[in-house]
Design a protein around this ligand. Structure first.
Ligand code: 5BU
Length: 452
């Protein structure tokens, strides 16, 4: 094995190139991602790298060395130490006080400086850096780069009269990795496609089926829901946001055969009565084989939630199979939900919701680690070990004028890989409630199957 190849493989072990699917700053999707900063953490590699780079260069031409911040700074320093060519440093931004200098170190006008860069892509950032050095009266004739991503940067700079020396190109690196069995043909093809300037096609990741979910979602309520979904060929949850017991029971008679769960806001039922409301509801749940999901969105300290869950008028703990809860009060606040499954609110469907990415990340951490939680309500993908419930689903409308935002079943299955759709007004406000429920059931099931 030649030594340059061996050297690259040593570098590769530090994790400087990753293959997969990455979104670049430009928004373009790339099949690989390069970050050479880890090289500086291995002194032997950094020293060898400096020597490899120096070997390629007409060293007598240079009075100074300068690295483009930040990744190339340690590389330029190491090259200076190995070659005794003095180092200057370029700031990323001029100091806001004092000398306002952009270039630090000892230099004089007319000197020629070797510029060091870790990776060259389009060459645009180098083109911005060079004048900042030239403005100090220093000339730049040569640029040395560790890895050329082969996206036109080298050619562009050469056309402007700069000599660009590159240690590795991405094609060369792919060949080495392919030889070593570290890269599959398919990946190499994708990379070549990308380098040719084509939009790269990644295999659409497939969502996992309800059968596979059964293997990873162990909570008993998750198991029950998944079994019902498979049995009834339905992923529909109807949100029964009606306000009297009679309306509620009438609605359930119509939608019961088509749903996996009925979602209630039990506190909007004006004539609530445990015997009149809950007993018949439980009978219907047994008759049509669906679960009862109380969308209480608990959001208090554990002690208060415990009381809200089991006491008061509604005694939710007596009848709900699953409840929704915020995780805002922290992990321990969820301990009180015994003998019930908890679906954590991870993000909301309404305009201006505060559930930004940072919140969601923290919320997901609690949800996956708490044994009472088996699912999440969200408008985004969540880890496979949780079941995803998505409200804000409507086939006819895109919003309700009060902040609600709707998507279609097709969209939420394909894009969010949801497991269950929650539909309220799309069904209970329909002229033909039963037909609407059946339509949503079919649309949801087709969307699920299409997303597999
Ligand atoms: P709709 O009529 O389909 O818009 O009803 C949606 C239901 O889902 C309603 O009961 C809401 O309280 C519930 N919901 C929601 O719409 N969006 C969310 O982010 C959450 C719950 Br959490």
């Amino acid at each position: 094995m030649d030594t340059k190849k061996e050297f690259f493989l040593e570098c590769y072990k530090l994790g400087i190139i990753k293959f997969g699917r990455f979104t670049l700053k430009s928004g373009i999707e790339s099949p690989f991602y390069v970050d050479l900063r880890p090289l500086a953490s291995d002194p032997k590699i950094l020293k060898d790298l400096a020597n490899y780079l120096l070997e390629m260069l007409p060293l007598d031409n240079f009075d100074l060395i300068c690295g483009v911040p930040y990744a190339a700074l340690p590389m330029a320093t190491a090259m200076s130490l190995e070659s005794y060519i003095p180092l200057i440093m370029k700031r990323k931004e001029a100091k806001s006080h004092g000398t306002k200098k952009l270039i630090e170190g000892i230099f004089s006008k007319g000197q020629n400086c070797l510029l060091v860069e870790d990776v060259i892509t389009s060459g645009k950032s180098l083109l911005e850096t060079i004048p900042e050095i030239e403005n100090e009266g220093i000339s730049v004739s040569d640029i040395v780069v560790v890895l050329d991503r082969q996206q036109g940067g080298k050619e562009m700079l050469q056309s402007k009269g700069y000599n660009v020396h590159t240690l590795f190109t991405i094609s060369e690196v792919c060949d080495i990795l392919k030889d070593e069995g570290l890269l599959m043909d398919e990946e190499v093809e994708r990379i070549n496609d990308f380098l040719r300037g084509n939009v790269v096609k990644f295999k659409e990741e497939k969502r996992i089926s309800y059968e596979d979910k059964l293997k990873i979602c162990e909570h008993s309520v998750a198991q029950k829901l998944l079994h019902i979904a498979i049995q009834k060929k339905s992923n529909l949850i109807v949100s029964a946001d009606v306000t009297t017991t009679a309306e509620l029971l009438k609605l359930v008679e119509l939608v019961g055969p088509h749903i996996v769960a009925l979602k209630t806001h039990i506190d909007i039922i004006s004539d609530f009565d445990s015997d009149q409301t809950i007993l018949p509801l439980k009978d219907l749940a047994a008759k049509y084989n669906f679960l009862l999901m109380e969308d209480r969105k608990f959001a208090d300290i554990g002690n208060t939630q415990e009381l809200q869950f089991s006491m008061g008028v509604f005694k939710i703990s007596n009848w709900a199979d699953l409840v929704t809860a915020q995780v805002i009060a922290g992990y321990d606040s969820l301990d009180c939900f015994r003998n019930v499954g908890v679906v954590a609110i991870l993000s909301m469907s309404s305009t201006g919701t505060l559930t930004d990415m940072e919140y969601r990340e923290q919320a997901v951490k609690i949800a996956v680690s708490h044994p009472n939680v088996f699912g999440g309500v969200a408008q985004n993908k969540i880890p496979n070990e949780l079941l995803l419930f998505t409200p804000g689903v409507n086939l006819a409308d895109s919003g309700d004028g009060k902040g609600q935002q709707y998507n279609t079943p097709e969209y939420v299955f394909k894009k969010l890989e949801t497991d269950f759709i929650i539909v309220g007004r799309g069904i209970y406000k329909s002229d033909d409630v039963e037909k609407a429920a059946l339509n949503y059931k079919i649309a949801g099931w087709n969307a699920y199957e299409n997303s597999l």
